[in-house]
Design a binder for this molecule. Structure first.
Ligand code: HEM
Length: 427
């Protein structure tokens, strides 16, 4: 089947109304033409999306695909910003692009408020979460996070080669969010599985996807029930007691917000920590400079966030329209690539280079517009503490086998496996 045919066919389905909530053809063939048939699930994209994005920005700045029932991929900062700032034309009712579109009636509340909510509901749903994620509020988690990072490094004792992603980065955000929500810490591996399923399982058959998502829903429902019976000082109890417009939240809102925190708070931050360690493992100059000038770390972290921004979000087009040179149709997906925006040379000097003392760095890693990340202070805290502990304890480290490094596919990109050779721990 030709690519053009697939695209046309998905358009026809859309006019037929079939695409609303109903599966489109699941295409998993390798991508041949990134401008007309892109897929963020393609192994080439997962391994190294930057040359593809750079080439598209020159050749076809808003690429398209017939996969997922029809989608667009902007790669210029200006286009990404315009979309992120226009929730009327680009709905958030589903922010993970897949082969199924949630029904329009789901807006403006969406399945996981506030990330899947549109105005006007979005504003209040977001405001509810803000107090738990201020700089002061998240600073209360610093000590426990640091102790946990050190315990993970203690467990590496005696090994020359360790997996900086699996043995370190991937555990940290899961522990922090489990503590905040008041979930059993031993359920950490299950949370990672939930997050990876949600983000990377989009090409699974419909029934399997529903079954897996239901497992997450029922896990969270169990936690809500447990917290109703045994209220405690945590975010779950806070959400259960929270009010919106003078009424308690529906249980579906509570579970949706918990889903969001569990998914948004774990793979994202683990990916950012992992990508930073990957960069440092292959950049002896930057390692030496940060060791000599530790005060540079916060600036370096912002640069890692810019250059290796882990999160891409999706939107659904709300009406047929001409947008920045392309004709979009209602219910087309748009992949809002904050990572591609962050490497646009029209926005950042030497955009393709990692400059750990970059002075002006207004990157879009945490998004732009009304949905900008609520957890950015927490994410920055975790990144700083994780890197400080690693750099203090691990004498030096390099990639043990560059070919063995693997990256996640889909909308959150970070190292899944990251074998590094470490020298003796310092303390
Ligand atoms: C390095 C780590 C992280 C990155 C790169 C990141 C990135 C993002 C981005 C790009 C958005 C915008 C979504 C959109 O436009 O649709 C977002 C939203 C959000 N993030 Fe994060 N995030 C990170 C960590 C966290 C953490 C640790 C939490 C909390 C535990 C969190 C909670 C949220 C929430 C609640 C929203 C929705 C805000 C809204 O819709 O108003 N994130 N994040």
């Amino acid at each position: 089947m030709s690519m053009e045919y697939r695209f046309a066919q998905s358009r026809w389905r859309k006019r037929d109304g079939e695409s609303l909530g109903i599966r489109s053809e699941i295409v998993t063939d390798p991508v041949v033409n990134w401008a007309t048939d892109f897929s963020h699930m393609d192994p080439q994209w997962a391994a190294d999306p930057y040359p593809i994005q750079d080439e598209l920005r020159q050749r076809c700045p808003i690429a398209r695909t017939g996969r997922f029932g029809g989608a667009w991929l902007p790669t210029r900062y200006g286009d990404v910003a315009a979309i992120a700032h226009d929730p009327e034309s680009f709905s958030s009712r589903s922010i993970i692009m897949g082969n199924f579109r949630p029904p329009r009636e789901l807006a403006p509340v969406g399945g996981s408020p506030p990330i899947c909510s549109d105005p006007p509901f979005h504003h209040d749903a977001r405001r509810l979460l803000l107090p738990a994620f201020t700089k002061t509020a998240v600073s209360r988690h610093e000590q426990a996070t640091r102790a946990y990072c050190h315990s993970l490094i203690d467990a590496l004792e005696g090994r020359d080669v360790v997996d900086a992603a699996r043995d370190y980065a991937q555990h940290i955000p899961v522990r922090v969010i489990a503590d905040m929500l008041g979930f059993p810490v031993q359920d950490g591996p299950q949370f990672r599985e939930f997050a990876q399923d949600t983000l990377e399982g989009i090409n699974r058959p419909a029934q399997e996807r529903v079954t897996r998502m239901s497992a997450l829903f029922y896990y969270l429902l169990g936690q809500v029930q447990d917290h109703i019976g045994n209220p405690r000082d945590d975010l779950t109890t806070f959400l259960i007691n929270a009010e919106l417009g003078g009424r308690k939240l529906d249980v579906s809102h509570v579970v949706g917000a918990m889903t969001l925190l569990l998914i948004a708070g774990t793979d994202t931050t683990a990916s950012a920590i992992g990508a930073s360690l990957w960069h440092l493992a292959r950049s002896p100059g930057d390692r030496a400079r940060i060791a000599a000038e530790p005060e540079l770390l916060p600036t370096a972290i912002e640069e890692f966030l810019r250059a290796y921004a882990p999160v891409t979000m999706a939107r659904l087009v709300t009406r047929d329209m001409h947008f920045h040179g392309v004709d979009m149709t209602a219910d087309d997906w748009v992949l809002v690539s904050f990572p591609a925006a962050n490497r646009d040379p029209a926005q950042f000097e030497r955009a393709g280079e990692v400059i750990i003392d970059r002075e002006v760095n207004r990157h879009a890693a945490f998004g732009l517009g009304i949905h900008r990340c609520v957890g950015s202070h927490l994410a920055r805290l975790e990144l700083r503490v994780a890197l400080e502990a690693w750099l203090a304890r691990i004498g030096d480290f390099t990639l043990a086998d560059p070919a063995a490094v693997t990256w996640s596919a889909g909308q959150v990109r970070g190292p899944r496996t990251l074998p590094v050779r470490i020298s003796r721990a310092r303390r």
